[in-house]
Structure formats: structure tokens, C-alpha cells
Design a protein around this ligand. Sequence first.
Ligand SMILES: Nc1ncnc2c1ncn2[C@@H]1O[C@H](COP(=O)(O)OP(=O)(O)OP(=O)(O)O)[C@@H](O)[C@H]1O
Ligand SMILES: [Mg+2]
Length: 438
Amino acid sequence: MPNLRFYGGGDDIHYAKETEVLICGPRGTGKSIAVLHKVYLMLSMFPNARALILRKTRKSLTSSTIPTFENTILDPGPLKDFLLKSGGSHGYRQRYVFPHGASLELGSMQDVDSFKSADYDMIVIEEAESIQNEADYLTLIPCLRNSRMVLNKDAQGCGVPPRHFHQIICCCNPGSPNHWLNRRANTDAMRRIRSHIRDNPRHWDYEKDAYTDVGEQYYSTFNHFPPYMKKRYLDGEWVAAEGIVYPDFDESIHVIPKVPEGVKIQRTIAAVDWGHAHPTSILVIGKGSDDKFYVLDEYYGAGKTVDELAKVCRDFQNRYQVEVFVCDAANKGNIDFFNKSGIPSTTTDKRVEFGISLVTQRLSQSKIHFLDKIKPRDTGLSGAQGLLDEFSLYCYKTNKNGQQTDTVEKTNDDALDALRYGIVYLDSADNEMIWSIF
Ligand SMILES: Nc1ncnc2c1ncn2[C@@H]1O[C@H](COP(=O)(O)OP(=O)(O)OP(=O)(O)O)[C@@H](O)[C@H]1O
Ligand SMILES: [Mg+2]
């Protein structure tokens, strides 16, 4: 094994025995390499042990975890050759199998359901801050039952019962303080280990007690990031995004598994924001008998023709009895095509501030919920992966002094624009009814 040394949080994680551990800190502080190293050591020691590494998307696994494991953790030699021969080619690698039967499996959080019935000794979740829903994480904990890693191995045979080691490690950069991971790590359920810039010997020179050239260059790239991102990426602090458009969104309140018992969906519309290079977003929104709105389903994808989008809409029509598609007025041609194809389509008030105020009102009063089936999945796109991702990314512009303006950034707003159209349409329809009574 290459002669790696670990410091601070990277060292602590090697000795951590708790079942649930969070390692979090600034970017590039050696969290991933330390955790991969621990997993590798543990698997090397215990025959038939099983570990699973999950990342947000399959793409990020291929571009990040696999190269770190193969190029930094594994020493060139027969074991590396053996491991590389097992479990598929680089791009589609599913696992590494050790000669003594231990295995390291690789997967993406989008396929989390497929791991639920398996048995593991260790599970690692990379980029864990991207998991919107604590329930997805909790479904993995019962999988820690493979019982092949034993802490008191030397005492075996002396009548001492085995102490099995099972562990789930979440690696992340800090996000919003409301994030479920931050809250969980504030309880006894999960130990928090912090990593620091000085934990990475590539970035920090201990003798000089200063950045290395590589470190200085790396961290100077964050100089022009917004202040909240610098606090997260450089200081490792859990801080809310300044200038975020919907700070009231809280996934622990707004994302729910299903429409509550006893609530009937009284009407269903769909809201459409057109895109081609950018994603097109289609949200199915139901109005419940409790006067709350429920986002029941979502399509989020780029590069589709209007004909292909019409197919998606027809499917939504059949499944949810969508009464009307409320579309971004910017593409009249698509709207005409939809109407001619039997997809009833209309437009609504597009004023941005007005729409944002209606969405904010519903969020702050918990009068809108999102079914967790729309949680972000691998769209193959490089940015946000869906509506729930956009909530943490959609911001107001800042001026050259770094102060927030009243203008929104026209990025990470595809699904949120659709949401705005849907809510403006439904809320205005209600208001018209109220006005007509008076
Ligand atoms: N102890 C170490 N010894 C040698 N190289 C290290 C060590 N720690 C980190 N590095 C190197 O520094 C780089 C960043 O490390 P790593 O990806 O593990 O950081 P990270 O904290 O997981 O980053 P991110 O926050 O972006 O996920 C990698 O190239 C890694 O190989
Ligand atoms: Mg990492």
C-alpha cells in the first residue's frame, strides 16, 4: 500500500468505532481518501466482509471514487492486478473482489432501493449532503448486518463473545444548517468528525505551517465564490446560502412520503417550463382537500423534442387525470402543438416577484409538499438534478460589492419556474373564485 499518512479528521476516522459517523469539512481536506483507506484496510483484514460505497451519481463514482481508490490507495502489484480483474471494466465497475472473498461494491444513491436487501459490514456515502431525504439514509442502516468484521478477533476461542463492527460513514461538505445530516450529527445517533485544511499534506506544509503551493493555488480558486460558499468550502461551516430565493424550504418539513391519509386530491394540473439545452421541467401538482398543494410527480430532462415532451405529458394525463398544462408563455409554438395534440395547455402570469411571493407564502405556511418520489435522480445533467436540488441553488444576483440584489440568477430555476407557474395558476384560480363571491 502506498505510504499514506493521515492527520486530524483523516486520522480520527480510522479509529472511529461508532455505527454512524459523519466526516465533514472544507473541500479537499482528504475526507474521501481517508475513508476509502479505512474501508480498504478493514476489507483486507476480514474474509468475506462486504462494504458499499455510494455516491450521488454513477458518473461521479467513475470520475472520482474509482480513480482515487485505484491510483492512490492501491499499491501497484499482484493484489491491485487481482482487484482490477474483478467486478467489471473501469466505467461500469460494480465491485472489487479480494482473494479472501471480501468485496467492495460501488453504487449510486439513485439506485439506493436496490441495496436495501443486502448485508454489509461498512457503508460509505460520499457527497452525503446531496441526499435530500433522511429516510433514504435510514433505509441503509438495517443493511449493516454482515457481521464479518470482528473487533476483538484476538479474544476468539477464549469464550469471549465476538464484538462485531458495523459502520456507516457519511462524507460531506457542509451545507445549510437545517440539513438533516447536520441535525442528526447534533444528536447521539451520529458522531461528527471534522476535517480541516491542514489535514491534507498536499495542501498544508507542517514545517512551514502554511499552505503548500498546490494548496494555495487550490484554495485561491474559491476567492470569487459568494461568502456563504467560502464559509462552507474554506471554513467548513454549516451556513445558509445568502441570497437564496426560497430559504423557507426545509426538506424535513416539505418533503413527505405520500399524500396524508384522509386528504383527497381534488384537482390536478401540470406546470411546464420549456428547455432544450437546459432541462424542461414538468411538475404534476395536486390540490388537496386540506387546501394544500402536493407536487406529485416530476419530469426533468434536456434535449427532448416537443413530440417527446408531448408523450411525457400524455403519460401524466393518463396517470393523474391532469386537467390542464400551465406552460411558460415563451414558447407559443410548443403550446399550440400541445393543444393540437390533445394536451390542453394554457399560460399564466409570469411576473417573477409575484410568483416567488406566492411560492414563499405556501412554503412558510407549510401549505405545499413534495412527494419524495421526485427526489433527485441521475439525469445525466451536470447541474441540478431536479426540483428539490434547485431549492438549494436558486439565488439572487449579487452586485460587484458582493451585496444581494433583487434580481434572480437565471440558473438553477427550471423546475422552480415551473413550480411558480403552477402555484400562480392554482392560487389565482382560487382568488378569482373568492373575488367573484364578493
Ligand atoms: N493524507 C493524504 N495523503 C496524500 N494525499 C492526500 C491526503 N489527503 C488528501 N490527499 C489528496 O488531496 C486531494 C483531495 O483529497 P480528497 O478528495 O480525499 O478530499 P475531500 O475532502 O474528500 O474533498 P471534497 O471535499 O472535494 O470531497 C486528493 O488528490 C488526495 O489524493
Ligand atoms: Mg470527497
